[in-house]
Ligand binder design. Sequence first.
Ligand SMILES: CC(=O)SCCNC(=O)CCNC(=O)[C@H](O)C(C)(C)COP(=O)(O)OP(=O)(O)OC[C@H]1O[C@@H](n2cnc3c(N)ncnc32)[C@H](O)[C@@H]1OP(=O)(O)O
Ligand SMILES: CC(C)C(=O)C(=O)O
Ligand SMILES: [Mg+2]
Length: 538
Amino acid sequence: MSGDNRIWIFDTTLRDGEQALRASLSQKEKIQLAQAIARLNVDVMEVGFPVSSPGDFDSVQRIAREVKGPIICGLARAVAADIEACGEALKAAERRRIHTFIATSPLHLQYKLRKTLAQATEQAVAAIKLASRYTDDIEFSCEDAGRTPIDDLCWIVERAIAAGATTINIPDTVGYTIPNEFAAIITALRLKVPNIDKARLSVHCHNDLGLAVANSISAIQAGARQVECTVNGIGERAGNCSLEEVAMIINTRKDVMAPLFTDIKTSEIYRSSHLVSQICNMPIQPNKAIVGENAFAHSSGIHQDGMLKAQNTYEIMSPEQVGIRQSELNLTSRSGRHVIQHRLAELGYSQHDYDLEAVYKSFVALADEKGRVFDYDLEALVFFQNLKEADDYYQLEFLSSSTHTGHVASATVGLMCNGELLTEAATGNGPVEAAFNAITRISKLQIKMVDFNLQAKGSGEDALGQVDITAEHEGQRFHGAGLATDIVRSSVLAYVHVLNMIQRAQRIFVHKQAYKQAHKQQQQPAEPAPLTSAAGGV
Ligand SMILES: CC(=O)SCCNC(=O)CCNC(=O)[C@H](O)C(C)(C)COP(=O)(O)OP(=O)(O)OC[C@H]1O[C@@H](n2cnc3c(N)ncnc32)[C@H](O)[C@@H]1OP(=O)(O)O
Ligand SMILES: CC(C)C(=O)C(=O)O
Ligand SMILES: [Mg+2]
């Protein structure tokens, strides 16, 4: 039976997975998860241990009644009461399997069961025979097979098959084996057990050394034809073999895995993974293969550039295959110009709308400050870049401010004014007022603040503060805007913007006067073209 090429996927999220949760699942939650796992098109679904509690019995019974598609399976010790409870709970299933097990390693036999291998075998044979009264689909597991001498394993497996087991499962219960060792167990069973072809050979690997998936893959390459696994790899201790990883290895590495295949509907993977995580209250680590938040996210400039040129430079499978809408290109200070240009194009900006070098420079500075830059940050950078003029008279060079509860605040500001650095310090009721006082001193202008408006761009701690101010100078009003992660800085930038507007208005005025003077002399009263279009505001 191990000769066919379809790898059966036996999902045990609701049994081994549930076993590991801090709180067991309610019936409603189990049904919801069972429906999701059925949508994945698994072959078998182990949904509980009916003898363990009336609640689990009822859940298994309800799933057996309501969930269509996969074979519904329940677990039972090699004990009559367990088998009977399991058989009863599964009665309504269209296709049902009883999974019974007993430990076979010397350690488990001696200390846990206090039995010899012969006694355990006898108990297993009796359990399999009892199970056959309820179904002809019987799975038998040799618990702790990974630490069982191979001849002992062959001995009990041969007898279990003779008693009627149709699936023989080889668990590496404590995740002890390494891939070539585990594959050798499968190979030995196939060579040494005379009736092995009468059963499907299955594996059930735990992840204590992080090898559950690797061991399962080695086992199927050695002839196993069923893999027991869980969504997100949840399960006792470090968990079980992860369903999504095994399915995607077989799917992605057809070059080495073909003709082997599974019937898993991979586009359901992401959805089921998130449902399991949510219902089981088990967060998914961001770098988890296939379903982690970063599994299809690219953060460094060289990778992002490669992705934009050809997706397979940095992705060996597509996010759509596992039900994720698209890959993500995160904007951080490791990003480069290509991705900035690409993201701005997605946001509707053409190359002529902004100066890439200037935007990139301010992007890197912002990314160093914030960590991650979002679309709204990028748009704000373009907007503010466009407000800046090449001939800005004032540029903020540095700013430091301090506040102490119960005392006045102080600030020191350095402005580059037409190429010369001017510095002033001042105090105020708060850091913004102190910084404004220092700036007013540098400019030596009479400026009256008319309006000050602060709003958050973005949300949460990552939001940028945008400050818009209106100020009056010599009867004329000017608008300035500033954007930064800290609001004192955005206020100062807005004020510097106002100063540049005033300065530009003055230059226009001087220019107009000179023009008028020159034309008066020539008796030509025509108006000159303005130097800039935005005098007095933006
Ligand atoms: C590797 C695995 O994942 S195995 C599955 C583990 N899952 C679970 O244990 C969850 C469900 N379990 C339960 O609800 C309970 O443990 C029950 C109902 C099964 C048993 O509860 P209790 O009768 O109170 O026994 P308890 O759990 O304390 O001890 C287990 C008993 O089963 C015996 N036992 C363990 N495995 C098997 C087996 N496969 N076949 C027969 N007996 C077994 C132990 O030797 C011990 O017997 P003892 O009382 O004679 O010493
Ligand atoms: C019951 C068996 C299959 C098990 O979960 C294990 O050995 O890990
Ligand atoms: Mg297990």
